[in-house]
Design a protein around this ligand. Structure first.
Ligand code: HEM
Length: 705
């Protein structure tokens, strides 16, 4: 027994330590067996049905008027700085939206998850509970027509506008989540540890959005709290880039945001317990005494103290002018943190310096040559700042909403580049039944564009057509509603060049004669229809098709859609991808058994596939998976793959084997192996869902339903 135990332990240690390469199970990190179940691959949970009609009918101007009155009505429970809650509201909106990250589309204010843990207790969100508390009467008044997500952003917009700032418009339609589950991958949480661990807090890397856990972007005091502006600038560029903000947007946002309000750190003793620690009275404040303890001038939020400008409730470019006007010296403020105070550039200048401050991150804008040029531009040209800030702000707060067609309400500005606008589909749709017939013929007709798989000695393109449709659609992300086959951007770089899309242009070339013979047929519809026709031909059940997609123009600026992420831990990869794509665990497991082309597997670098006959969609995949033993090998092309023991030429991928080793996946795989109908039903549900997932009609509607 001791010997066996020793063997088991040493194998386990090998697996945990050597991660992928030597471990057949591909568990990359030291975790307990239960951990696989902590990370639930289910779509976001909504509190109630979303009422799009009510949102569309909402009188946004009336809400704005109420908000403006509220901003100027200081309450004793939380006195407003300078008699105006506007700056606090802008910070709340920015922290709600600024969680968005491009890597997997997670974060953002859609869902209104700043109300829940983990976000509500983040160190960067100190005292934002007060801001949300102030908004409750407005939320109550407008009910379901005004979700928390919309209200938080609209409060930020209105605050900017009320203090004279430029606002482009308002895209309504954020749907409130029932809890903070969808923010668990942002961390700190076990989910985040599994999906995107941060090895050095303060230097967290992508896919995480921020450099530091529980901050929005970077440490204001400088990297690792060292007040070094030279080192802060590259970190700012890195993390703003993770949210797809360029240099101009970054500088406009920081300086435009800090035109307003102040930082709070009246004494060094901190804000007190967070909502997670003390839900009945979060962040009570520890500075001062008596009824004003922790409030007003005694507020501790970030631990820095002071305003950036001499008029913090008026929109202007003074922030940029101040940066250039003074030299800045570092000192320790009343809150115990390093911050910067102005010194006259000319020591003989008798004028007193203004009573203002800067953070290390602000001063860093002077230390980077590109940022410095932008600081000079915005200091000299108010209009340039107005334009840059209003566009960057709209992008910041709307990015996670996806395409333009998801925006509701009367104040939506025209489509913006970040919304990847598509041209309208052709006015006249082709005869899709005739197209289906043509595709059916093409399934078994040799083409010079690409050698077919051979089934029963005859050419067969079905698995390749299904693969093309899958590759075209499966980069859809329900996290930020980007990707999908609408637009058929798989034809262009960068998507065309992703390794998993190798030869997809040749598969499309096989279909090219069909495209040419049907006017009004778009590539996007053709790709999906070809995949669906192949599946129906392969005896899949109830595969549906809904035409009406349009094609992106070859001349459009390449849109930076992200490829589905590849993890060393294949189990986490499957679960994470399912969650990002909006598929249930069951649908994801079923879709793993989609038609798999042996020739395409070889092009991808594998030695082969689990079957040489991909012309029938059956539950055979699960039987082969569960009824064989597998060893891990490396193909001649260097791909890590699994080989069936004692069977010649039967190969699976590590993602397939993940279905066997995870208890939840495995239970579903067992059910499918024994119940062919259950498999086909789940397959159709997943396939049909994914193929129309990007056909938006408002925030919760779909033009195909
Ligand atoms: C306040 C840091 C970017 C808007 C603050 C505070 C800090 C900070 C430490 C003080 C919080 C307090 O003690 O009350 C940073 C850093 C940024 C950044 C490190 C990025 C490098 C932005 C952006 C905006 C913004 C992009 C909006 C466009 C504001 C506003 C306040 C504020 C309005 C004042 C809040 C109030 O008066 O209560 N920021 N910020 N900040 N920030 Fe930022």
């Amino acid at each position: 027994t001791r010997c066996l135990l020793g063997l088991l332990l040493s194998t386990l240690t090998l697996c945990l330590n050597l991660a992928d390469a030597k471990c057949p199970f591909h568990f990359g990190r030291a975790r307990s067996e239960d951990d696989g179940e902590i990370f639930q691959a289910e779509p976001r949970r909504m509190l109630m049905d979303f009422d799009a009609a009510a949102v569309n009918e909402l009188d946004i101007d009336a809400v704005k008027a109420d908000l403006k009155a509220l901003f100027l009505n200081s309450k004793d429970s939380w006195p407003a700085d300078f008699g105006n809650y506007g700056p606090l509201m802008i910070r709340m909106a920015w922290h709600c939206a600024g969680t968005y990250r491009q890597s997997d589309g997670r974060g953002g204010c859609d869902g209104g998850r700043q109300r829940f843990d983990p976000e509500r207790s983040w160190a960067d969100n100190v005292n934002l509970d007060k801001a949300r508390g102030l908004l409750w009467p407005v939320k109550q008044k407008y009910g379901n027509a005004l979700t928390w997500g919309d209200l938080i952003i609209l409060a930020g917009d209105t605050a900017i506008e009320s203090m004279g700032g430029p606002v482009l418009g308002f895209c309504a339609g954020r749907i409130d989540d029932a809890d903070g589950t969808a923010s668990l991958p942002l961390g700190p949480s076990l989910d985040q540890e599994m999906v995107a661990p941060c090895s050095v807090n303060g230097e967290c890397e992508a896919p995480l959005g921020a450099s530091t856990m529980s901050l929005i972007y970077v440490n204001p005091e400088g990297p690792m709290a060292v007040p070094d502006p030279e080192k802060s600038a590259p970190q700012i560029r890195e993390v703003f880039g993770r949210m797809s903000m360029n240099d101009s947007e970054t500088v406009a946002l920081i300086g435009g945001g800090h035109a307003f309000g102040k930082v709070h750190g009246a004494c060094p003793t901190g804000p007190g317990p967070s909502p997670a620690q003390q839900p009945w009275n979060p962040w009570p404040g520890t500075c001062g005494e008596g009824p004003m303890k922790g409030k007003g001038n005694n507020t501790f939020t970030s631990g820095f103290e002071g305003p950036w400008t001499t008029n913090p409730t008026r929109w202007d470019n003074e922030y940029f002018q101040n940066l250039l006007k003074y030299d800045w010296e570092v000192h320790v403020g009343p809150g115990g943190h390093h911050q910067w105070r102005p010194v006259n550039k000319d020591p003989s200048d008798p004028d007193p310096v203004a009573d203002i401050m800067m953070l290390t991150t602000d001063v860093s804008l002077l230390k980077d040559p590109i940022y410095l040029e932008l600081v000079k531009l915005f200091a000299a040209n108010q209009t340039a700042l107005d334009i840059a800030f209003s566009h960057a702000w709209y992008k910041l707060v709307t990015r996670d909403m996806g395409p333009y067609s998801r925006c509701l309400g009367s104040q939506v500005p025209p489509p913006q580049p970040f919304q990847a606008p598509l041209p309208p589909p052709p006015a006249k749709k082709p005869d899709f039944k005739a197209v289906t017939k043509a595709v059916t013929r093409a399934l078994r007709t040799a083409s010079s564009a690409l050698p077919a798989d051979m089934v029963g000695g005859k050419p067969y393109y079905g698995a390749l057509f299904a693969t093309l449709a899958w590759q075209c659609a499966s980069n859809f992300r329900q996290t930020d509603y980007t990707g999908g086959c609408n637009g058929a951007r798989i034809r262009f770089s960068p998507q065309k060049d992703w390794p998993q899309n190798v030869a997809m242009d040749s598969v499309l070339a096989v279909l090219e004669p069909i495209k040419a013979s049907f006017p009004g047929l778009t590539y996007a519809d053709l790709i999906v229809l070809a995949g669906s026709t192949a599946l129906t031909n392969a005896k899949a059940h109830k595969i549906k098709f809904c035409g009406g997609r349009s094609d992106a123009s070859p001349d459009e600026t390449p849109f930076p859609f992200q490829p589905p992420r590849v993890f060393s831990n294949k189990l986490v990869q499957l679960k994470d991808n399912a969650q990002v794509m909006g598929l249930t665990t069951r649908e994801m497991v079923a879709l793993q058994a989609r038609l798999r082309s042996p020739s395409q597997q070889r092009r991808l670098g594998y030695s082969g596939s689990w079957t040489e006959n991909p012309s029938i969609l059956t539950n055979e995949y699960f039987k082969v998976l569960l009824n064989n033993d597998w060893v891990n090998t490396t193909s001649a092309a260097g791909q890590l793959e699994m080989k069936a023991v004692g069977k010649a030429g039967v190969y699976m991928m590590p993602t397939d084997l993940a279905l066997k080793w995870d208890p939840v996946f495995s239970a579903i795989a067992q059910e499918f192996a024994t119940d062919a109908t259950a498999f086909l039903e789940a397959f159709a549900a997943g396939w049909n869902k994914l193929m129309i997932a990007d056909r938006f009609k408002g925030p919760s509607g779909n033009e195909c339903k």
